[in-house]
Design a protein around this ligand. Sequence first.
Ligand SMILES: [Zn+2]
Length: 405
Amino acid sequence: MPTLVRTDDVRRQNTRLVMDSLRRLQRVSRTEIVKQTGLSPATISSITSTLISDGILISQEHIGGLIGRGRPRIILSLRPEVGCIVALMLSMNRLDARLQDYAGQTIAQNHLDFDSKSTPAPELFTQIDRLISELLARRSSHPTMPLRYIAVSVQGAVDVTRQTLLWSPVMADQDINIGEFLAKRFKVEVSVDNDCNLLAKALQWRYPEQFGKHFAAILLSQGIGMGLMLDGRLFMGTRTSGNEFGHMVYKPEGAECHCGQRGCIEAYASEYAIFRRLSTHKHDGAPPAAIDETMMRHFMQQALLQEGEEREAWREAGQAIGYGLRSLFALTDPVPVALVGESAMIASLIEPEIYKILSKPGNNAEAEIKLLWYQDADDMIMQGCALVALQAVDHSTQLTAGVVE
Ligand SMILES: [Zn+2]
């Protein structure tokens, strides 16, 4: 039986394409949207006219941008006043928040340092409330701009409804329903995502040529995490955000991990594991509560400079990640891998170890598997978080505009 494609489905898909190219390019002509989306000029004209009359887009004559016969160039952009969003990031001992308008411009941002491990959930809510309220108060120059969505990034596992932080290495409490709290307090839709999934989202957005339908984004920081994109969708577990790459087994019954188990990849490749090994001269022991950043920088410099235990520690980190990727690729086949975090500075030591593990006899892993390194994880996670919020608003504005049934 032939598949029946409904006209409104097609229009919805096309509208998504148009919105995506507007969000990516920000200020763009209809001709450029045609080029970007591959849709016909008539389709683009029809969709953009609807979006303009519904107040989602603004159309401006571009001064100095005259085209054939002296006609001014018309530039389209998203209307900032449609609303604003908050992107909130919870990490070890820190909360970061950013307020953006609908066009994606940052209106205000702030952060708060606190002792996350000793903060119970109700106190965390108070802190978040303070941070977001203070941000919203800075909308004074945009008094009519309503808050439309809050997206939250967390370290740890989230439930599949993307509302509750089930477990996090940065909090002592478990099952923290951040989504429900924020939705009630600020009367908006909320989603809560694992930070590595947001990292994957931002990478795909920034570098669509490298990170398309299939890729893995590994966060190398205090812990080790992964966002896994397969067939254009972020992989989720059956009950949770899943995909605890850092807690896959590297050495059975090996070094103690933050998660309470032993021998995980994270217990060898994370910053705390490397710091533990180099500051105590032991591979095992309770994971350190804090990392001395000055000492860590010194260790890194030593590793880059000469042979020794520092260099060995980062080499073993590469091996642990390499074995993890080998197990992963046995399930998924090889995919491009982004490695993100401060460890990018020491990629020259880690990368050869990963390739060694991934090379099969007669096979050159470097030719088959692409590893790409990026340093600024926090900035990317925040961008992924804001994107989730803005795209959710895109969807709801199309709902109210009658573009979607
Ligand atoms: Zn673990």
